[in-house]
Structures are given as structure tokens and as C-alpha cells.
Design a protein around this ligand. Structure first.
Ligand code: THU
Length: 158
């Protein structure tokens, strides 16, 4: 038996180190979080992507009284981009959380289901890495270059 290893890479950094366009994407994600429909969890999440054209598209989590019918912010925006800009390449995805339940020590990375959806978006652009930027720990941000760092051994059909 041969031991195999995958070593995901992440960077933790201060917000001041964002490029000016990344800072705009994060600002849009934060604005979008305020538009979340999250009466059940009170956990307001915004996600914004910047396309190769420069256009920024944002979305937020949309909960439902029938809980499984709700949708995470990342999936709202990525599925919208897939439907309305099917040929577009996504450069950056920023995720922002606004909640009194937010724990300053934690990192708010996308959930497992959203990682699979991010993976599909990246596969649609010939696996050109999407810069994924999320909040925490503390005042820091965390980033990785490509979904493979968040979802190693990704399931893809082709
Ligand atoms: N949520 C997101 O929007 N994105 C994630 O990656 C994880 C969780 C939402 C789903 C639900 O509306 C609320 O946060 C609490 O789980």
C-alpha cells in the first residue's frame, strides 16, 4: 500500500492586502448579505463573483419555511451566473457572513454542497481556478486559488 497525500493551500491575510477589484467583490458580498432571507437561522450570507468581463454579480442565502427548499448564498449566485452568463469565466468568489452568531475565531468557508457547486462552475471554465475568499479567523480573511483546495478528490463526470 502506498501512502498518497493531498496538501491544500490556504492563505490567511488582512483585508488591506486585497487587490482593489477583490475589495469591490467583497464589498458586494457584504451588501448582498444584508438582503438575505434568513428568518430561521438569522445567519445572513452574501456571495459575490467577479467575471472576466469585470462584471460583479451577487446573491444571498434564501431560506424557506420548508427548510430543505432554502438555498445558500454561493449556490444562488453561481447558479444564476451559470444560467444568465453561461460562457462567462469567474475570476473571484467572495463570501461574507453577517450574524450575531458569528464566532470571531472561526473561518467561514463554504459548506460541502456549495463546494460541489463551485467545482462545477470551475469545471465549466476548463478548471481555470476561481479565487475563493472568505472571512475569518478574526479580522483576517482566508483565500485559496481553486476549489481543489477546499474539495480535494472532486467528483466530476468528465
Ligand atoms: N449558508 C450559506 O449561505 N452558505 C454556506 O456556505 C453555508 C450556510 C446559509 C444556509 C442557511 O440559510 C444559513 O446559512 C445557516 O446555515
Amino acid at each position: 500500500m502506498k501512502k498518497m497525500a493531498i496538501a491544500p493551500e490556504f492563505y490567511s491575510f488582512p483585508e488591506t492586502s486585497l487587490t482593489s477589484s477583490e475589495a469591490l467583490v467583497l464589498a458586494e458580498a457584504r451588501k448582498a448579505a444584508l438582503k438575505a432571507h434568513a428568518p430561521y437561522s438569522r445567519f445572513f450570507v452574501g456571495a459575490a463573483v467577479q467575471l472576466e468581463s469585470g462584471e460583479i454579480v451577487a446573491g444571498s442565502n434564501q431560506e424557506n419555511a420548508s427548510y430543505p427548499s432554502g438555498m445558500c448564498a454561493e449556490r444562488v449566485v453561481l447558479n444564476f451566473v451559470g444560467a444568465t452568463h453561461p460562457e462567462a469565466k469567474i475570476k473571484t468568489l467572495c463570501i461574507a457572513v453577517v450574524s450575531k452568531f458569528k464566532d470571531a475565531e472561526r473561518v467561514y468557508a463554504p459548506c460541502g454542497g456549495c463546494r460541489q457547486v463551485i467545482s462545477e462552475s470551475q469545471a465549466r471554465q476548463n478548471n481555470e481556478p476561481i479565487e475563493i475568499i472568505f472571512e475569518g479567523p478574526g479580522d483576517q480573511l482566508t483565500r485559496c486559488s481553486g476549489i481543489e483546495h477546499l474539495l480535494p478528490f472532486t467528483f466530476q463526470l468528465f
